[in-house]
Structures are given as C-alpha cells and as structure tokens.
Design a protein around this ligand. Structure first.
Ligand code: AMP
Length: 432
C-alpha cells in the first residue's frame, strides 16, 4: 500500500488527453489572431460578449438538438446545485443567445452584433485538428433576416483570413431549408436511403432514423456511391428559401467573393435554417478540413423561451487556424524570449535594491528592463545579457548610485555613454 502511494506520488502528471498547453513561441500567433479579430470586428460593429464556460445542460440539448453527436456523446456534464445538470459549453452560439434573452438585449430595438473568443469542450476522439478542449472565435448577428447581413459576415471573415495570410481555402454554401420545405425533403431522403439501407455504414443507419439530413455528412468511402445520387436539397427548397439563397449569392457576387454551392453541407447542429456555410482547407486533412462553419438560426431564441429573433453567425476553430498559419520553425518550438531593451547588472547583493528601484522607474517610462535574480557574478550577468540579446547594459554599482551617473553600453558595438539617471529612458527609447 505504502509502495503504491509512493509510486503514485512519483508518477508524472500530464495534461488531459485532447487538452493542450499553449506555450510561449506559439502563443504569439494566438495573440496575433485575437488582435486582428478584435480590430476587424470592431469595424463591422461587433461588441465582445463573455459568457460562462458552464451552462445548464438543457441549454445545449434544447438548442443544438437531442439527436446530434454533440449532445448524444460529446458533452462534459456534471452535477450542479439543486439537482440541475451543468455542462462545459461545447459551442458558443447557444450561450450568446441565452445571454441575449436573459439581459433583454432585444429591447434596444437595434441589430445586435456580438462576438466571442474562448475555449469549448467536446469529448471527441482526439486527432490532428480535433481536440477535447479547443478554442473558437465566433460572431452572431441577432435581429435580421436580411441575406445581405449573411454576405457581410462572410466578407468580414474572408477579410480576416486574408489579413492573417491564410491561403487555399474554399467557401462552401448551402441552404438547409426551413420548417416549410425541409420535412418534405427529409422524407424523400429517407425513402431513397431505405432502398439502399443494407449497404450503409452503421452511423448512417442510426442517422437515417434520428437525424436524416446528417447522412449527407458521412465521409465513409463505401457510403459515397449511395449518398452522391441522393436528391439535392437545393431542388426542394420552398420559394422563400430559394429567393433568400439567391439574394445571399447576389450579395456575395457583389462583394467579389468566390464560393461553391455544396448541397451536401448540412452541419451538425439542429438549429440551422436556410443558409449554412463552411470555409474548408485541404491542408487540414481529409476529415477535419473545416476551418469554420456557420449559418442562420431564426427560431433558436424562441426555442429558449426568448422573443422571436432572427440570428446568423459562425464559429472558427482557432487551433485549425493556427495549424494553417504555423510555419515550420513555430512547430519546432524554436522559441526566443523577448529581447530586453536594457539589462541592469549589479555587482553584489548590496546594490540589488538600487537596481530594482531604477528598474521600477524605467519601467514606468515604458522601458523593457531585465534584472537577473540568479545571484550571478557581474561577468556572468554580462554573458546573460549577451545571450538575451539585450540592447543596452547598465551597471548599477555603488559608485554609479553615489554619483548619479550611469554608464550605458550599447551591445551591438560596445559604445559606452555616461548619463544621469533621468536621461536613461530617453536614450534607450531613441535606440529602440
Ligand atoms: P462547429 O461548432 O461544430 O460548427 O465547429 C466550428 C469550427 O470549430 C470547426 O470548423 C472547427 O474549426 C472547430 N472545431 C469544432 N470541433 C472541434 C474540435 N473538437 N477540435 C478542434 N476544433 C474544433
């Protein structure tokens, strides 16, 4: 028993499978994505919303749909207070709409444009591009059924990807119809599938009964000859849906955005109606190739007991964006720590306090100051300053402190200059 507990204590603790640390060296790219997102989304009138990571489970089962993969098998759920079941959010839209209803944002009578950036959780089988904790950035527009807003969202997204330097992506579009026309199509689909049921994979068989549209999503090669010739939803849309889709495409044409109509694009969440879209990249591999996806979800607010509200939005997987943008050297983890503008060296412990005081003053002036706490000799501190590629080194010795004159050495050429305390910051700043 004792041996067992010692063994337990010496065992390494790792991060949970499918959940990853984002370390310096990679995090800079994440920050770049976030900064680009925030500044671009502002230009389109979006405000950030931050919702809790835990929500009542019913929020997701009601909105995403009881028969979806997410709700059936992928949610991290735990016991909450008073018999309530709570869930780590698997996506962002349901929470944003819940917040919209809860805080009566509809009262403003204005179009609500909201965006979020944050972690999501799904108990999926981890593989490249598919994780159990992943991050999404997404935007939602509440209060408009105008297809022009859909094109505007897509224009914003294509611009974001362009600004970040993402290449070789394809925009896929479809309409999944509405409660008027979809049931008729689903019926036709089911009939066509029943004729071939014996050749379908087990997942398709299950979906055929529970969520027929999702059969169109199947990637199993043996199912493709059956799925390819199935009736197309594009041929079964009602007039309103057909017109909506045609207008949407007109606005995309106007913005010069290229796209492909993909009648098999149905997406994995039940709340979509009419427009759905994805941006995919073959560089993400054959199965997890969707960089982002979204669509229209009029009716979701009512489903959550909110006021009638039209909605349109998307979510982009940040890990997949990072995969597309990572250069080889990022992947190899050649992280270089930031280069100090000024390295303050001190001969012994007696002057550490003075060095810290000076560092504090200079940092107040916006200078990146490095002070070593390794109790190294002055020589070793100089070596460290070199290794860190500091721009200047300044020794804070008793003599310097007493005289108030400090000697700054420019590391690139060894040139030294004596300066009073108050002139140091300006001198460094001019060189940066
Ligand atoms: P969804 O919320 O399923 O529509 O997914 C939107 C986007 O989130 C996808 O296109 C992916 O980029 C990303 N995503 C979804 N699930 C995962 C996952 N398990 N791991 C990594 N990214 C994901």
């Amino acid at each position: 028993m004792l041996e067992f507990s010692i063994r337990l204590r010496t065992m390494k603790i790792h991060s949970i499978q499918g959940m990853h640390d984002i370390l310096p060296g990679s995090v800079e790219l994440w920050q770049k994505i976030e900064v680009a997102t925030r500044s671009l989304f502002r230009l389109y009138g979006y405000a950030e919303v931050r919702t809790p990571i835990l929500e009542e489970q019913e929020l997701f089962s009601r909105s995403i749909g009881q028969e979806t993969d997410i709700v059936q098998k992928e949610m991290y759920t735990l016991a909450g207070h008073r018999g309530k079941t709570i869930t780590l959010r698997p996506e962002g839209t349901a929470s944003v709409v819940r917040a919209y209803i809860e805080h009566r944002l509809d009262r403003e009578q204005l179009l609500s444009k909201l965006y979020y950036i944050g972690p999501m959780f799904r108990r999926e089988r981890p593989q490249k591009g598919r994780y159990r904790q992943f991050h999404q950035l997404g935007a939602e527009v509440l209060g408009s059924d105008n297809p022009a807003i859909e094109a505007e969202v897509i224009e914003m997204l294509t611009r974001l990807l362009e600004e970040l330097g993402v290449e070789d992506v394809r925009l896929l579009l479809n309409s999944v119809g509405c409660p008027e026309c979809r049931p008729g199509y689903v019926q036709k689909l089911r009939e066509a599938l029943e004729d071939n049921a014996s050749s379908l994979c087990s997942e398709c068989l299950r979906r055929m009964e529970t969520n027929t549209l999702r059969v169109l999503d199947c990637k199993v090669p043996a199912c493709q000859p059956i799925i390819d010739p199935l009736p197309s939803i594009q041929d079964h849309l009602c007039q309103t849906c057909t017109e909506h889709f045609a207008h949407f495409i007109e606005y995309l044409d106007l913005a010069g955005i290229t796209y492909e109509v993909a009648p098999r694009l149905v997406r994995g969440l039940d709340y979509y109606i009419r427009t759905t879209f994805e941006i995919i990249s073959d560089r993400l591999g054959p199965t997890q190739n969707a960089l982002l996806g979204g669509g229209r979800y009029d009716g979701l607010s009512e489903l959550l007991n909110g006021p009638p509200t039209q909605g349109f939005g998307f979510a982009l997987g940040i890990e997949r964006l990072v995969l597309l943008l990572s250069r080889q050297e990022d992947l190899e983890g050649t992280y270089a720590p930031p280069e100090p503008e000024l390295f303050l060296a001190y001969p012994d412990k007696a002057t550490l306090g003075e060095a810290l005081l000076l560092a504090r003053r200079l940092r107040q002036d916006g200078i990146f100051v490095y002070v070593d706490f390794g109790e190294r000799s002055l020589k070793a501190q100089m070596r460290l300053a070199n290794r860190l590629r500091a721009l200047f080194v300044c020794v804070v010795g008793e003599e310097e402190v007493d005289s108030g004159q400090f000697s700054l050495k420019r590391m690139s050429d060894g040139v030294q200059q004596k300066l009073p305390r108050d002139a140091i910051a300006e001198h460094v700043r001019q060189a940066v």
